[in-house]
Write a protein that binds this ligand. Sequence first.
Ligand SMILES: Nc1nc2c(c(=O)[nH]1)N[C@H]1C(S)=C(S)[C@@H](COP(=O)(O)OP(=O)(O)OC[C@H]3O[C@@H](n4cnc5c(=O)[nH]c(N)nc54)[C@H](O)[C@@H]3O)O[C@H]1N2
Ligand SMILES: Nc1nc2c(c(=O)[nH]1)N[C@H]1C(S)=C(S)[C@@H](COP(=O)(O)OP(=O)(O)OC[C@H]3O[C@@H](n4cnc5c(=O)[nH]c(N)nc54)[C@H](O)[C@@H]3O)O[C@H]1N2
Ligand code: SF4
Ligand SMILES: [Mo]
Length: 855
Amino acid sequence: MKITRRRFIEGSIVAGIATAIGLEGRRRRLDTLEEGVETSVEVKPLVKGEWKPTGCLGCTSWCAQEAYIVDGRAIKIRGNKNSKVNRGYTCPRSHLSLQQIYDPDRIKQPMKRTNFKKGISEDPGFVPISWDEAMDMLADKIMELRKNDETHKFMLFRGRYTNARDLVYSSVPKIIGSPNNISHSSICAEAEKFGPYYTQGYWNYRDYDVENTKYMICWGADPLCSNRQVSHYLNAFGEMLRDGVKIVTIDPKYSNTAAKSHVWMPVKPGEDGALAMAMAHVILAEGLWSREFAGDFKDGKNHFVAGKTVDQDTFEENHTYGVIKWWNLELKDRTPEWAEAVCGVDAATIRKVAVEFAKAAPYALVFMGGGSNMQVRGGYNSMAVHALNGLVGSIDHQGGAITGRSPKLNSIPDPDDYMDEMAQKNSKMKKMDHRGTKEFPALKDGKSGGGVVTNRVADGILMEDPYLPKVVIGYFNNFNYSCPQTDRWNKAMSKIEFFAHCVTNYSEMSHFADLLLPSTHHMMEQMSSVAQKGNTYTHLWVSNRVINPVYDVKNPETEVVWLLAEKLAEKGFKNMMEYLKDNFKDPETGKEPTNGIELELYTYKILTEPVWNPAKYEEKGNNGDKFKDWNDFMEKGGLWNSDPYKYKNLWSNMPTETQKFEFYSETLKKALEGHAEKHNTTVDDILATCKYTAEGEHAFIPHYEEPYMEGDKEQFPLAFIEGKSRLAREGRSGNCSWFQEFKDSDPGDIKWGDAIKINPEDAAKLGLKDGDTVKIISPVGEGIATLKTWVGLRPGTVAKTYGQGHWAYGHIAAEDFENKIARGSNNNDVMPADYERLSGSTAFYGSFRVRIEKA
Ligand SMILES: Nc1nc2c(c(=O)[nH]1)N[C@H]1C(S)=C(S)[C@@H](COP(=O)(O)OP(=O)(O)OC[C@H]3O[C@@H](n4cnc5c(=O)[nH]c(N)nc54)[C@H](O)[C@@H]3O)O[C@H]1N2
Ligand SMILES: Nc1nc2c(c(=O)[nH]1)N[C@H]1C(S)=C(S)[C@@H](COP(=O)(O)OP(=O)(O)OC[C@H]3O[C@@H](n4cnc5c(=O)[nH]c(N)nc54)[C@H](O)[C@@H]3O)O[C@H]1N2
Ligand code: SF4
Ligand SMILES: [Mo]
């Protein structure tokens, strides 16, 4: 290998430091796992093992990984070098998967509840049972629903998932006869997808071409910590900074990314709309919009003057729609001076950043995370923040905000033919999450009720509206922890007659279960597959089982479905088994599955066939790596990379109503009018019902809305800033000692503890000091934490990461597991259950205030 100058210098510095602090030995041991590592010392492998390809679902980045397996045990993780998305890099959280897999607190075999009273203070009295007995119990409960013609009272909860999800999530409820398949999507990122959809017709995560960009604004996103492609950005940032890319972070707290940025704009919580409006105003008023993308005045002069409307006919747009309407209706008065008073960022900085951004464009991008839009009135922020990319023409442009080239896969076979009359009828009943009701438009993909309203289900159950579900299965989820206002879930799950939970760890939700069906860990004990975009490529990985399951556990997406189908067939209901046998044959041999492991294999083969079967590849029109057959694909690591991204494909070719990038959203207009019509009312009424203030045409353009915050300023003076923990694998890291030991990798946080951070001025006013144990009181609940003064946020706010506060997740996660005493507290105990209703999203950011008292 050629050693470049930079590599040589880096190498000698590391070697020097290692010698100086005596780390040589330790480095050597680690290096022995890596083939081809250049080193000046002779290294002898200490252990002999094998790197096996796998993949990580620790967050929505979905990196391709490899695990080093020694004597059947996984001992190290690294990024898969063959991935063009994460390029062999991996984030620190991937290593925690080892502690998750070998966690001695895992559920080791099926368990059944013996105390039928449910509540936090009840001891469920779980006792071990066999898989056979467990599945028998579950099947009996489902047969009872069928006997009583109330199959709609079956419900399936899904948390994190793999590509195979639709078998258990969609087909199983349909065949049983229920409309209730509830995913976690709206406690995840739906409002973040809302803006890109209602401007450019794209309901998905975006990708950002950082390699070719000159200017990046991280807006309510902290890509060195969370959001997507953390493994990639952790490395790309170094390259970007070296290459002179300018980085700006817009976040109310001094985030990981803010610490590495040239400019930090500490927007007041929830006031993103004001800032976005002002930046758009500057870009137009200063004449810096993209002529190529957005068009120009016919006379070539700039007529955007603050406070003045512009004649529509004087402007000719190219690949956009509605720039003049946007200016006239909203932007003309949104000066930086106006915004400064509202959002707390000074006018000069707003102007400077907007100008620099637009001048760097189209090699400039706004990287949008959930912080700016998963807010009660965040739908329009999502449009506004994303629309800045539209104004400067960086949409689908090199160095800009792009989409992805996802592989075209097969879907899970349609179960319709296996739905009997009862299933057909009952699966048309109303869903438990109230989607599509007047109050919850959930306009995913332009449809009224097109998306889920996850957190609303607790209220549905409590109000028995539309009815009370009886038999519930949950997998890879923990809504009693992950959904705001947790007390509602504790009450709601206490009302469910029979709940089976398919998870690796006992959790806050499992505490209300009747049956614990221990799950394989997604990363090594089962097959798994997902596709994700990043670094301008898309990859798809399919991983085999790389270790034997550590305990007596089964994959809920496939094996458990098989066992359930078997039991239902034994009891006289054969449809599910027939569906599996007819539709899940090995695509190469035509062999029917005869057990859950074969079902797992055939399911992934079927789904990914268009990638590994050359004939199907052409048929689907895939672009990327090619293979001879399944074996060839798996021998090459089960990893597919797309071809390089093709820029500008979407220009005037967007799946919006106008095919253009819409600043005035005809697409949203159609969706809102459709929803209003369904409820015999006006769009104004719908918006008011959804807690928005806009009226008339403002409903269809990105505009400023004052944030809706629960808790009056007198009683609750401190705005709460939510954000993910750097080492959190969603809600699942708490029981890893590495998570606890390195908790202080979150700026301002403390090891093995839970800090609430406050500006020193506020602490002084309250007479509080570092290390005080404090009560956090919100309009809906109370929590506890350790006070930490920190200058990384403005007075009038507090910040606390999400990730601690487990009272039921294991001996490390909890302060006292036996007595259900949490370590710190769960932000969701104090966070009101509120929504960005147009998308159905739960509101996590800029949505409530608290007060703090010495505990
Ligand atoms: N306040 C606040 N709340 C949040 C967030 C936040 O930032 N702040 N983030 C939100 C987001 S973005 C999301 S996506 C949701 C996630 O919320 P959920 O979908 O509810 O998922 P988790 O909380 O991660 O819990 C998943 C459960 O799955 C089990 N488990 C762990 N590994 C595996 C496995 O490999 N297989 C199976 N079958 N089970 C496993 C564990 O027992 C764990 O309890 O939380 C949301 N909630
Ligand atoms: N480390 C880590 N990474 C993760 C996950 C994880 O659990 N841990 N989960 C993954 C999942 S499932 C998802 S959906 C994504 C979500 O990714 P994001 O939604 O981007 O994640 P967050 O870190 O919750 O929020 C991003 C930032 O918003 C800031 N913020 C809070 N309030 C406001 C506000 O009012 N305005 C602005 N502008 N910013 C605000 C927070 O301080 C935080 O730095 O992350 C994924 N990546
Ligand atoms: S936790 Fe997320 S960023 Fe880290 S390796 Fe796993 S999928 Fe990638
Ligand atoms: Mo998420």
